[in-house]
Every structure is written in C-alpha cells, then in structure tokens.
Design a protein around this ligand. Sequence first.
Ligand code: FE2
Ligand code: FE2
Length: 180
Amino acid sequence: MGKATQDLRKEHKAILHVLHILDKMMQTDGSKAETLLHYYNEMVYFLKIFVDKCHHGKEENYLFKELVIKGIQNEGGPVGVMLQEHVQGRDYIEQMSQSLDNKDLSGFNNTAMQYRDLLRRHIDKENNVLFMMADNLIDEQAQSLLFEQFEQHEESVIGDGVHEKLHAMIDTWAEAFDAE
Ligand SMILES: [Fe+2]
Ligand SMILES: [Fe+2]
C-alpha cells in the first residue's frame, strides 16, 4: 500500500467513526433539541472542514488527477462517479446546514441519513476498488510525492489549531453519545 492511499484510508477510518457517532446522535431522544442542535452544528462543521475540504480536496486535487493521467477514466468512469458523489455529499451537507438554521431536526435527520449512507458506500468503493487501482498504477515514489502534497493541502485548509479542535470535538461526542 502506498503512502498516499494509506493516508486516505486512515482518514476513512476516522470518518466512519464519526458516522457511527452521527448514528448515535440521531438515535437520541428528540426532547433534547437544544443539545442536539449544538452537536449537529459541530458535526456539520466537521463534515465541511474535514470530510469535504481536507479529505475530498486531497482526492480531487491530487490523487484523482494522477489517476486520470495514468489512464483511469474520468467522465463515465470510476473517477467521474467518485466526483459526482462528492458533489452529492456537498449538496446534502448544505441541506443539513439549512435545516439547522431553521431548527428543523427531522429535516436534518432525513438528509443526514442519506448523507451517511452515501458516504459509507462511497468509502467502501474507494477502499476496495479505486485505491486498489491506485496502488497498482502509482509507484512508491509518486505516492510519496502525493503524500507531501496532501500534507501541504491539509496545512492550508486545516492547520494545527483546527486539527486539535476537531480531535477534541470527536472525543467529546464519543463520550457524550457513548460511542467509543
Ligand atoms: Fe472520495
Ligand atoms: Fe475518500
């Protein structure tokens, strides 16, 4: 396994852990609306910054571009499908955010479930299909170069302070929703 795909797989693990927490949040008794709104707002922040900007940014700006150079099809092919799913996910996050602005918890839950299902299927396809292709097509040296670009990307969209903040948020959620 190359360094770049390994980094993305590690992030998938973190994202799946957060989706598990999201499930727990959605199973919570709806009478605690104010508390839930607080956590859901944090969740949307995480999905925007970490999942979309950081993780999907690494895939779109670097890995997928490299795969297309190596001959993997974009439109009508595996890369195109992954890109479309990123767009769909972004739309869901936007809808979730709007539901929160309207304090509409059931609207939020509806979209969040669709988002969760989409993202789980998406991660499964990347782990088991696309990243396998990447490991076959991109040699160790090129993977290391991609990984360096990932680190720069991460630094520019997240940076040290926010990284700590995201970790602390996940720990707080895991404890509050008993999702270790
Ligand atoms: Fe992706
Ligand atoms: Fe991914």
